[in-house]
Design a binder for this molecule. Structure first.
Ligand code: CAO
Length: 273
């Protein structure tokens, strides 16, 4: 009996070696060297020093819907006003700092002394044509939101023109970095020593958020998620970094909760002024 012969593979199972396509023809572009100098060199020094300090980062989300509405209303009533969200956020930080002075402190280089700073000189990270600069608004605790807006506009114009003064750039006690003006949600900001806290603000985005239980209509009073009511809210993330040698997470969380309350209830912010 002749040995059985294997049946020939069906055309569908025949494997052909993959064809390797040749690399596309490209030309190498020459590299460009640039010395690190000026503001960029200063950034190398300050950021390298700051990175030796143990930071922790704490993030939360704030519902900015009321503030978005309020700003829209203000801009509608006064077409000439130039006011972004920052002046409200800066004022809210100052009001919350009054109850948490440790976050408006400086620590000496050996971490042997804490100086509770009297003034709230709030630094604002700016993306200028020269690079990252952090001018500060002096004595925010004494300024109205309109005065803060004017001062922010002044610093922004000087930053754009590359004309910020040494006075504008020194003496900060606490910093904000509104990266959300460009885009993004979360960041891990690095401290601006000798300050002990900094916050990166994310872009305010409209998102569907479940309503608080109290807001639910009577027809959806069941605790079953299926019946939970939702609404579209304007949410902003806040990423805090703090000097963990002198600030603990609970302190940061309490401060952030207070700020959240003020931003979510902007009338309270205005009344406190
Ligand atoms: N979410 C949504 N919209 C925002 C926003 C945010 N977080 N921040 C600003 N906007 C809006 C403003 O309301 C404004 O809208 P209108 O044109 O309707 O008024 C628009 O974006 C432009 O704002 P702005 O940039 O002129 O003003 P600002 O006061 O919010 O910010 C400044 C000023 C200088 C902080 C900002 O321009 C900037 O440079 N941000 C970058 C900071 C940065 O680089 N951080 C990183 C540091 S670490 O490398």
């Amino acid at each position: 009996k002749p040995p059985p012969t294997a049946s020939p593979p069906s055309p569908a199972t025949v494997k052909t070696a993959p064809t390797i396509k040749p690399r596309p023809t490209t030309t190498t572009v020459a590299d460009r060297n640039e010395p690190i100098k000026g503001i960029k060199k200063a950034m190398v020094k300050t950021m390298t020093q700051a990175n030796t300090v143990p930071h922790f980062t704490y993030c939360d989300e704030y519902d900015m819907s009321q503030l978005v509405k309020l700003r829209k209303q203000l801009k509608k009533q006064n077409k000439d006003i130039k006011i972004s969200y920052l002046p409200f956020i800066i004022k809210a930080c100052s009001q919350a700092l009054l109850n948490h002075p440790i976050l408006n402190a400086h620590v000496d280089s050996k971490c042997e002394n804490i100086t509770y700073k009297g003034s709230h000189n709030i630094g604002i990270a700016m993306d200028t044509k020269d690079g990252l600069l952090v001018p500060n608004i002096k004595n925010v605790q004494q300024l109205s939101i309109t005065q803060i807006a004017n001062e922010l506009n002044r610093l922004q114009q000087l930053g754009k023109a590359g004309k910020l003064s040494t006075d504008d750039l020194t003496g900060g006690t606490f910093s904000l970095s509104n990266i959300g003006a460009i885009g993004g949600t979360y960041a891990v900001p690095i401290l601006l020593l000798p300050e002990v806290a900094i916050c990166a603000l994310g872009k305010i985005v409209r998102r569907i958020v479940p309503d608080e239980e109290d807001d639910e209509s009577s027809s959806s009073s069941s605790s079953d998620d299926e019946y939970c009511s939702y609404s579209v809210r304007s949410m902003m993330s806040a990423s805090w970094s703090a000097d963990h040698r002198v600030i603990d997470g609970a302190t940061m969380a309490r401060f952030s909760n207070e700020l959240k309350y003020l931003l979510e209830n902007p009338l309270q912010l205005l009344i406190n002024q």
